[in-house]
Ligand binder design. Structure first.
Ligand code: C2E
Ligand code: CA
Ligand code: CA
Ligand code: CA
Length: 279
């Protein structure tokens, strides 16, 4: 009768079971991915809306498993987060991104600004600050060249601890931005308490502009509010010329999206950096 419970579960929840199994497979494989060199970073340009110049790069994880193929971050980041694997993986991301910035600089491609995503678990990791500072030192980077992106939801989960953490990061000279801005709950009062430099307008607002009156109003309001607090604004997910025009008109500072470039491997980015030098 004991075994029957499981069978009943499997019979009535095949999806759930399949999902649980897939998750376990992902976790087992992800555990080995770092050591096996299956993780890489791609970089997506951020471009000034004033003059079209490349002003920064966002580092985005890619995982190519020999059998599972290319696994999307949307699938494996949550697994990494829940299992705690995001801590060693996140440390690897910061070190790799900083080393890459140093490699581009040493290749004569100039100094570039790099953005790295910080997960909730990493924000709570007591070694994160020290690890990050070490990565900067090893790479010989100015701390201002590194920007950490934290989502609005993560910031609001633990306001007190995060205000403290962000101040410590700021004292190191590291730049900070709020990712997916507008999707979570945040009040202006809280926003003021965080020492942030930049907000990133979530791409769900960018998708339907121009045209959707609500999204136009929200986008315009975020830009005005951010500017009044002395912050710069990046729009995510810009795919069309019309979106670009609207955002430029609204005074948005920077854009990121397929319209300019999708995330690319480091060698493809080197080509863009060389072009930038020639401008
Ligand atoms: P995110 O931080 O919001 O990153 C932006 C996502 O939007 C990326 O998806 C990027 O490829 C995609 N994107 C960029 N431009 C466009 C566009 O014009 N249109 C559309 N439809 N999409 C665009 P990606 O690379 O699949 O990453 C998904 C999420 O995974 C990221 O969202 C981030 O939350 C997480 N992630 C990726 N790399 C890391 C990492 O190194 N550490 C952590 N903690 N999270 C990461
Ligand atoms: Ca991001
Ligand atoms: Ca985002
Ligand atoms: Ca909409």
């Amino acid at each position: 009768a004991k075994g029957k419970g499981k069978n009943t579960f499997e019979r009535f929840h095949p999806d759930l079971n399949q999902r649980a199994q897939k998750r376990m497979t992902l976790e087992t494989n992800l555990r080995k991915a770092l050591d096996r060199g299956e993780l890489t970073l791609h970089y997506q340009p951020q471009v000034s809306l004033r003059d079209g110049r490349l002003v920064g790069l966002e580092a985005l994880l890619r995982w190519r498993h020999p059998e599972l193929g290319l696994v999307s971050p949307a699938e494996f980041i949550p697994v990494a987060e829940e299992s705690g694997l995001i801590v060693p993986i996140g440390r690897w991301v910061v070190h790799t991104a900083c080393r890459q910035v140093a490699a581009w600089r040493d290749a004569g491609l100039g100094d570039v600004h790099v953005c790295v995503n910080l997960s909730p678990r990493q924000a709570r990791d007591p070694h994160m600050l020290h690890d990050t500072v070490m990565a900067l030192r090893e790479a010989g980077m100015r701390p201002q060249q590194l920007e950490l992106e934290i989502t609005e939801t993560v910031l609001m989960e633990n306001v007190h601890a995060n205000v403290e953490l962000l101040h410590r990061l700021q004292r190191e000279g590291i730049r900070l931005s709020i990712d997916d801005f507008g999707t979570g709950y945040s009040s202006m009062a809280y926003l003021k308490r965080f020492p942030i430099d930049q907000v990133k307008i979530d791409r769900t607002f960018v998708r339907d502009i121009p045209g959707d009156g609500d999204d136009e109003a929200i986008t315009t309001a975020i830009i005005a509010m951010a500017h009044s607090l002395g912050l710069t604004v990046v729009a995510e997910g810009v795919e069309t010329e019309a979106q670009l025009r609207f955002l430029r008109e609204a005074g948005c500072d920077t854009m990121q999206g397929y319209y300019f470039a999708e995330p690319r491997p480091a060698d493809a980015i080197a080509v863009l950096l060389r072009e930038r030098l020639a401008e």
